[in-house]
Design a protein around this ligand. Structure first.
Ligand code: PEP
Ligand code: MN
Length: 333
């Protein structure tokens, strides 16, 4: 249920209403917008007398929310959420570029790529230390050592970084990580999501391999309902009958997620297509339809990359692409 208050309601009256609602064992999500305050009620609202609330002089309107996702729902929080990572802002008109290799391989590799993507204009860099590989015989990532190398690259560049967490027991290793990624294979690992709801760090949540938008939002809900509201949604392509592409990039997910939710939505065209040459057109399409950021895999030596070399752009090609992405941003502004 959402309660929209009239403009300029006194704090004390607001507080009385909130306390009364909380007294009914309801969670109250408060969204203080520029023009109006919206109270989102979470929990069993069947006992709430909607007419009684509607009759209060401080209440503008009351509506039942039928969607099962609450905290991530735009009805609860009409204004865009802006997530801050150091000086970088994501969402609410703030566009961010994230780039880096699929996996951290060596200090030289990650520092070189982080410097190159910074020079190209990236705001954050990325690199996997714990890798979810389809085959157990493939490179599984450097683990804890990989995170240490990411920190070295952060020192060298000043850019914050994103890296994937696969297992709750690894959480202590992520204490000094800027943004934790939940990969497509773990989007519905609810125990992991609940635990990430208890920390105070941005979570980049990818859409599951064959996940619906509702499932993605319910996964965000697992994080948010446990207290962490800093969730960035990421469309990374879904499994369809597409034959020549690794996945199908669902571009329409961007405006639909923006309609349904206040959370920032970024797009990863690298995992969506699996081919470096397909990344530029998809990155520009994603930018044009209003994505809040683009995450791209970049490697200094794609042919010898230990993971996802075929979809990795060279720093030179990435630099050229950033210019075109920025030009698209200008056009849609
Ligand atoms: C990745 O970002 O390197 C990755 C493994 O992505 P996804 O979970 O989208 O496959
Ligand atoms: Mn990858």
């Amino acid at each position: 249920m959402i309660i929209v208050l009239k403009p300029n309601v006194k704090e004390e009256r607001k507080r009385q209403l909130i306390d009364w609602l909380k007294g009914m064992n309801l969670g109250v999500h408060i969204s203080n917008g520029e023009f109006q305050t919206v109270l989102g009620l979470i929990g069993d609202t069947t006992q709430v007398d909607i007419e009684l609330i509607d009759s209060l002089d401080i209440v503008d309107s009351v509506k039942r929310v039928t969607e099962t996702f609450k905290s991530s729902n735009r009805k609860f929080h009409p204004e865009d959420t802006v997530i801050e990572v150091g000086d970088v802002k994501i969402g609410g008109g703030n566009f961010c570029l994230i780039a880096g290799p699929c996996s951290v391989e060596t200090e030289e590799q990650i520092v070189t790529v982080a410097k190159a993507v910074k020079a190209a204009g990236a705001n954050l860099f990325r690199g996997g230390a714990f890798k979810p590989r389809t085959s157990p015989y493939d490179f599984q990532g450097l683990g804890a050592r990989g995170i240490e190398l990411l920190k070295i690259a952060r020192e060298e560049t000043g850019l914050p970084f994103v890296t994937e967490i696969m297992n709750i027991s690894d959480l202590p290793l992520f204490e000094d990580v800027d943004v934790l990624q939940v990969g497509a294979r773990n989007t519905q690992n609810y125990d992991l999501l609940k635990e990430l709801g208890r920390i105070d760090k941005p979570i980049l949540l990818k859409r599951g391999l064959a996940g619906t938008l509702k499932e993605l939002l319910m996964s965000a809900e697992y994080i948010m309902s446990n207290g962490n509201e800093k969730v960035i949604l990421c469309e990374r392509g879904i499994r369809t009958y597409s034959d020549y592409m690794r996945n199908t990039l669902d571009i329409s997910a961007v405006p639909m997620l923006h309609e349904l939710s206040h959370l920032p939505v970024i797009v990863d065209p690298s995992h969506a297509t699996g081919m470096a040459r397909m990344v530029p057109p998809m990155a520009m399409a994603a930018t044009a339809c209003g994505a809040d950021g683009i995450m791209i895999e970049v490697h200094n030596d794609p042919i010898h990359a230990l993971c996802d070399g075929a979809q990795s752009m060279t720093p030179e090609d990435y630099t050229a692409l950033v210019k075109r992405i920025k030009a698209v941003r200008e056009v849609i502004a």
